[in-house]
Design a protein around this ligand. Structure first.
Ligand code: WAQ
Ligand code: MG
Length: 240
C-alpha cells in the first residue's frame, strides 16, 4: 500500500471562516501540497487570515474506490432548479431549510446535515459543520476527465466534483447542495448518486459572501457512521 497522507488547511480572520482545503497525497507530494494550501489561504477574496492551521496525518486504511460523478449543466438559476431538486428525493421543507442556511449571514466552514424528509438539521456542529476530507482522483481518470471537459478544468471545479463524488457515495446521503462562499463565484451545484453533478447558475448575487454546503440525509441514517465516512475514510474517485 502506498503511503497516503491527508493534508488539511483552514484559515480564519477574527473567527470568520476565510478558506479551507484538503488533499490526499503521497509522501513525496506533501511539501508542494502544504505550500499550495498556504498560498491559497493567504490570497483569498474573503480576506487575509490571522490564523491558518495546516494538518498532515498519515492514512492507515486502504483507499476505497468510488465512482466519479458525471457533470452536467442545465444553465439554470436556483429557482428554476427547485423542481429538479425535489425530484431527487428532497422535500420542500428540506430544500427551504437548506437555502436559508446557505444564505445566512454567517458561513460554516463545513457542511450541515439536513434530513431530506423532515428538513431538520441533524448534526449539532453549528458553524463548524462536517468537513469532508481524504479524497483523491485516480490519475488516469482525472486525465481522461480533463481531456473530455477542457472548459471545466481548474482546481475549483475539480475539487468540488471530487468532494461531491465522495459525498454521493456515502450510505445514507440522498444529495448535496453547494454554494461557494467566495464573493466572486456565483455558480453552485446539486449532486447525488442518481442525478450526478448538476451545475446551478446565479446561486447568489455577485459580491455576496454567503455560501456553504448541505448534505441531505435519509431518515434512518446513522449520524456517527456517515460523519466518520465523510471525515475519515480515504477514497479514490475513478470512472466506472
Ligand atoms: N467539507 C464540507 N464542507 C465544505 C468543504 C469540505 N471539504 N469545503 C467547503 N465546504 C463548505 C463550506 O461551508 C464553505 O463555506 C462552502 O462549502 C463553500 O466552499 O461547477 O468553491 O470552497 O462551477 O467556496 C462549486 C463549483 C465551487 C461549481 C464550490 O466552494 C461549478 C466552492 P467553497
Ligand atoms: Mg470558498
Amino acid at each position: 500500500m502506498a503511503n497516503w497522507f491527508s493534508v488539511r488547511m483552514r484559515a480564519s480572520l477574527q473567527q470568520k471562516h476565510i478558506s479551507g482545503g484538503e488533499a490526499l497525497v503521497v509522501k513525496s507530494a506533501i511539501a508542494e501540497t502544504v505550500s499550495a494550501l498556504q498560498q491559497r489561504a493567504f490570497s483569498h477574496s474573503r480576506g487575509v487570515p490571522d490564523t491558518c492551521h495546516i494538518t498532515v496525518e498519515a492514512v492507515t486504511t486502504p483507499l476505497v474506490d468510488v465512482p466519479l460523478l458525471a457533470i452536467t449543466d442545465q444553465a439554470q438559476p436556483l429557482q428554476a432548479m427547485n423542481t429538479f431538486i425535489r425530484q431527487q428525493g428532497i422535500s420542500d421543507a428540506a430544500f427551504t431549510h437548506a437555502v436559508a442556511l446557505l444564505r445566512a449571514p454567517e458561513q460554516m466552514r463545513g457542511a450541515a446535515l439536513i434530513d431530506a424528509v423532515t428538513g431538520e438539521r441533524i448534526d449539532a456542529l453549528d458553524c463548524r459543520g462536517v468537513r469532508v476530507s481524504r479524497m483523491t482522483y485516480d490519475p488516469s481518470t482525472l486525465q481522461a476527465w480533463r481531456n473530455k471537459h477542457a472548459a471545466y478544468q481548474g482546481a475549483r471545479i475539480e475539487e468540488a466534483l471530487l468532494l461531491a463524488s465522495k459525498v454521493a457515495s456515502a450510505s445514507g446521503i440522498v444529495g448535496e447542495l453547494c454554494m461557494s462562499d467566495d464573493p466572486e463565484y456565483t455558480t453552485g451545484y446539486f449532486a447525488s448518486a442518481q442525478s450526478g453533478y448538476t451545475r446551478i447558475h446565479q446561486m447568489k448575487p455577485l459580491g455576496s459572501e454567503c455560501g456553504g454546503r448541505v448534505f441531505f440525509t435519509q431518515p434512518d441514517v446513522s449520524l456517527q457512521e456517515v460523519i466518520h465516512y465523510l471525515q475519515r475514510t480515504p477514497v479514490r474517485a475513478t470512472s466506472v
